[in-house]
Design a binder for this molecule. Sequence first.
Ligand SMILES: O=C(O)CCC(=O)C(=O)O
Length: 282
Amino acid sequence: MDAECLNYCLTKKENQQFEQDGFFIIKNALPPELVENLISAADRLLPQYRKKNGIAKHGTVNMLDFIGKDELFLELLDWPKTFPKVWGILGWNIQLYHSHMVITPPQSANEELPKKRLGWHQDSGRLNIELQGDPRPRVSLKVAFFLTDTSQPGCGNFSVVPGSHQSNKLKMPQEKTLDPENALTVCVPSGTAVFFDRRLWHSASPNYSNITRKVLFYGYSYRWLRPRDDMTVKHLIDQCNPIRQQLLGASTGGMGYTSPQEIDVPLKPWLREHLGIEAVAP
Ligand SMILES: O=C(O)CCC(=O)C(=O)O
């Protein structure tokens, strides 16, 4: 991993924002040429995915486990402008536990749907039932890479309720079609990365623009959490450096996930070498 990434470590302000609001935004995380190439890679996968899953051309796609479907997607795993912030929040015992790509085509004009409440949720399914505590522990976060422009509302924007990660429940208005009072439409240009805590109440939203919205979600968690999708990456492991191998789930065995040796977590010695012993949690 290139030590240039150390220029983009988590700042105090980003950390405070993450703790307080449950998310923060990094503009210009990806250069335009890379965004174009990622769009092309995504577009190459879509026709077959739509066909296989019976999704019409204008239907929304939520493709899980895209990470191993094009080598270019591996570049964002440890992307210099984002990855240091991931370890800055979660530490070194981390992995990619989930990837999904959401493609939201414009809603056709004859699809004038009645106003409906958005699909507010926290990530991780049964963790939100079986883990005790209020708020429950963080466990994971996502980095959402925006490949298309959603700088205006109505473009299929990502929506959040700032600060809602601090509670297991989200208060809803009595009127069933309304969203929570303090809901926020996240308006960001292409190339932006949005970091969010899995506990943050969030939702997708309809796309009334004429641009198909494309976002890549990278979910990072502690290594002891089971992956949320199939993580089909075996064919890529040998060509990856040790830190990428760690992120893709490599381990010397079961014990290596809960009580890792340094061989299981090459990110740890890398951080110690570059940042010093005091920067690395035991
Ligand atoms: O597509 C979106 O904006 C929302 C994605 C989402 O709900 C999720 O990542 O859990």
